[in-house]
Design a protein around this ligand. Structure first.
Ligand code: 4AD
Ligand code: MG
Length: 477
């Protein structure tokens, strides 16, 4: 049996002058006497004093950067600055040597692209281990938030026959090629050649199935992988990302917005409370990165201050029409500095969303009541005949983190909208039946899990907050 103490626990209340055993990876050497160990339990490291009289030089040389070792020794108050305690090594076990001349990573600053290509080791760096601990914390907080409030976690399918968003951005699972399907001798599509006997794809959203849950369990949420074959070559898009989708019966767009704001604030608060050391490290990392930037390119507040600001202040709430007025009256628009043009009916681009959030309101913004033609078929039509009860939550640096809506519960309206938008009712007969039989007003939203993790960790690229990113030409591991 292997016995050891975890560094995070040891440092909480250090049992000075006792014998301890720690195991982990060498983060750095200070000279050839002090070895700095991290075991992944937290961002904390423990310094090990390696006495040259006790250990021969060859042993010490074999323990390079990121080598894996076990150390037994006395935990003592540290003589040096920078740490309260250190381990005076008595025994060292080398679990895994690390020959730096062949190891892909080196003990120096390395680019994010390079680390992405070496994802088998990038989690050993300070930045990535902090990011993935925080990611875990956000996932835990998601489940805790809903569980504590009486929601049920519903597992919705990954392989499905429908396109929930109607945007045609699905990855095909079925062998059936919709543009050139196999045919029988009499010219009909030969479904026998397919495992499912129909065209299937990876899910773009669990919403439609979550609505089934809400119409029986009242309050449900999904939290699973979703897939989009859209152009995801940006710093906020992935081809495979995780989405959290609550769906609630007896709720309208107001309930939906209140839930969204309360929920994201809870997630941020949870991390501030439980991942303070990781956030502190990430905060300092950003300050370091911004040192050489022009003042105008720097973020106005540090990471932790930004997170605190978001939880302590109300989100701004405006309609799409109001948002458009603000944008059209802005100096940026008047000087022709937006890349994409704007008029009533066009979708807001990331640059517009960021203007509203970062320049105009300087806080998160919820935009509601979008033109119906730029939104999905299932959203409830407003009485003006032009807009739907949709809402997007926009965050600084990220843009849209949440998209949601009140759902169209009136069957005739929904059928009509599906026809107008060329959404085939035959695939969604079951969905329509939720209206025919025992339906009610209901609403929900989708939070992009990686986008909120990106915001909380302050990472610049969404590919660096998911362990194994999937994007165009990026599918290693
Ligand atoms: O706005 P979207 O497309 O909404 C839906 O899918 C609804 N069915 C949700 C619902 O009402 N239940 O996506 C929801 C969120 C976006 O706000 C964004 O944060 C994230 O999912 N998202 C992506 N994240 C990373 N990469 C992508 N390619 C994403 N596409 C959407
Ligand atoms: Mg959206």
């Amino acid at each position: 049996m292997i016995e050891r103490q975890e560094i995070k626990t040891l440092l909480q209340d250090p049992p000075v002058n006792t014998r301890v055993t720690i195991m982990g990876w060498v983060r750095a050497w200070r000279g050839n006497r002090f070895m700095v160990i991290n075991d992944g339990s937290g961002p904390e490291t423990l310094q090990v004093v390696v006495d040259g009289e006790r250990f021969d030089e060859e042993t010490i040389r074999a323990i390079g950067f990121h080598a894996c070792v076990g150390v037994t020794g006395t935990l003592a108050e540290s003589q040096g600055a920078g740490q309260a305690v250190e381990v005076i090594a008595e025994e060292i076990t080398i679990f895994g040597e690390n020959d730096l001349s062949r190891y892909p990573l080196q003990p120096k600053k390395q680019s994010m692209e390079f680390l992405r290509d070496n994802a088998q080791f990038r989690m050993r760096t300070n930045t990535f281990s902090s990011v993935f601990r925080v990611r875990h914390g956000v996932a835990y907080a998601v489940n805790k938030y809903f569980h504590d409030r009486g929601y049920y976690y519903l597992h919705t399918p990954i392989i499905t026959g429908n396109d929930a968003e109607g945007a045609g951005e699905m990855f095909r699972v079925s062998v059936l090629d919709p543009t050139n399907p196999p045919r029988t001798a009499d010219g009909k599509i030969d479904y026998n050649q397919d495992f499912f006997g129909k065209a299937t794809n990876l899910t773009v959203s669990g919403q439609l199935q979550a609505e089934i849950g809400a119409m029986a369990l009242g309050k449900v949420y999904t939290f699973g992988p979703t897939f989009r074959a859209e152009n995801s070559n940006t710093s906020r898009h992935l081809a495979e990302f995780w989405m959290i989708e609550p769906e609630i019966a007896f709720a309208d767009i107001e309930n939906d917005m209140d839930l969204a704001e309360d929920f994201v604030k809870y997630l941020i608060n949870y991390c501030l409370e439980h991942y303070a050391a990781d956030l502190q490290f990430l905060d300092e990392r950003i300050q370091e990165l911004e040192k050489n930037m022009k003042a105008t390119d720097r973020r106005p507040m540090g990471l932790i201050d930004t997170l605190r600001f978001v939880v302590e202040n109300d989100f701004a709430r405006i309609t799409y029409t109001e948002a458009l007025d603000i944008l059209l009256q802005s100096k940026t628009y008047k000087k022709g500095k937006f890349e994409f043009d704007l008029s009533w009916g066009t979708d807001l681009q990331a640059e517009h969303e960021r203007y509203l959030v970062e320049k105009h309101f300087q806080r998160p913004v919820i935009v509601r009541d979008y033109p119906k033609d730029i939104k999905a078929f299932y959203m409830r039509q407003n009485d003006d005949g032009k807009t739907v009860a949709a809402m997007d939550v926009l965050f600084p640096y990220i843009g849209e983190v949440i998209g949601g809506s009140q759902r169209e519960e009136r069957e005739d309206r929904l059928r009509q909208r599906m026809a107008e938008m060329n959404v085939h009712a035959d695939e969604l007969e079951w969905y329509l039946q939720l209206r025919t039989f025992g339906g009610c007003p209901h609403a929900g939203f989708g939070l992009g899990f990686e986008r909120i993790v990106q915001f909380i960790t302050g990472m610049g690229n969404i590919r660096d907050v998911i362990p194994f990113p999937r994007a165009p030409r990026l599918a290693q591991f």
